[in-house]
Design a binder for this molecule. Structure first.
Ligand SMILES: [Ca+2]
Ligand SMILES: [Ca+2]
Length: 271
């Protein structure tokens, strides 16, 4: 197994080509040292066996790939064409050999996607990661396909405040009924707070926090948060954007990810 110092020794350019080559496993593994192995989605090797670089997805010729890049670039204002090309390439490298099933292009499944959130963006909360997956998986077919990947990342990495508010609200509205209820707040805050062993009833502290949060954010006083309540509160205090748990990348993870994926244009010349 690689050690964390491997990451320090390799240059940024070399790491970018490792990404492109689908050989990011040692780096991933170095980052997840200490994560239990063998059980649960986070315990598995994130990307399967080491793979050779696949510059072009199976069944997709240069022309098709060019058209896909053009279409996705046109529909995505937050990335330029080069960046879209890099992200498409990364997507198919992450996908490995399984890009199609019965002729239908599938995508990253829940576990593969959650591993990326965990290993690359440092997320740890299962409930939030599941909701982020649902946020990316727009057509709700259980896979993040290439266009969902590009569109999702455009909000995740570079979204405007409006886009991020919409995305975060959808993440926090666990049952998708259009409101963040007290119960949903309780579940999310319970997971995101560290338990103090000395506390007699830790749930009491969380219930208090839910009440404080409601007082601050529930502008129409109906005991739950609508998008309007949430939006108003976030516009008054931007820190409330991720009030119920981190669901966006921190600036450092974001910079590292972009540096690796967008570093070397020559890596992607041959698509
Ligand atoms: Ca999907
Ligand atoms: Ca809800």
């Amino acid at each position: 197994m690689a050690t964390p110092c491997v990451r320090v020794r390799v240059s940024a350019a070399s790491r970018a080509s490792q990404w492109a080559a689908g050989a990011a496993l040692p780096w991933y593994r170095a980052r997840v040292r200490g994560v239990p192995t063998g059980e649960g989605p986070l315990g598995r090797a994130p990307l399967g066996p080491r793979r050779r670089r696949r510059p072009r997805p199976a069944g997709m010729n240069r022309k098709k790939l060019q058209k896909l890049t053009d279409t996705l670039t046109k529909n995505c204002k937050n990335f330029n064409k080069f960046e879209v090309k890099c992200l498409i390439d990364l997507f198919y490298n992450l996908m490995g050999e399984v890009t199609e099933r019965q002729g239908i292009t599938i995508g990253l499944d829940r576990n593969a996607f959650r591993n990326i959130l965990h290993m690359t963006f440092g997320m740890t909360d299962d409930m939030i990661m599941d909701r982020v997956f649902r946020g990316f998986d727009e057509d709700n077919d259980g896979y993040v396909n290439v266009s969902e990947w590009i569109y999702g990342l455009s909000v995740f990495l570079r979204g405007t405040l409006e886009e991020k508010m919409k995305y975060c609200f959808e993440v926090f509205d666990l049952n998708g009924d259009g409101f963040i209820s007290k119960e949903e707040m309780f579940h999310m805050l319970k997971n995101s707070l560290l338990k103090q062993p000395s506390e007699e009833d830790p749930d009491e502290g969380i219930k208090d926090l839910v009440e404080i949060t409601l007082k601050k954010m529930d502008h129409d006083h109906d005991g739950k948060l609508s998008f309007t309540d949430y939006e108003q509160a976030v516009r008054e205090e931007t820190l409330l954007l991720e009030a119920f748990g981190p669901c966006l990348p921190d600036p450092k993870s974001q910079m590292e990810f972009e540096a690796q994926v967008f570093k070397d244009p020559n890596e992607f010349n041959d698509i």
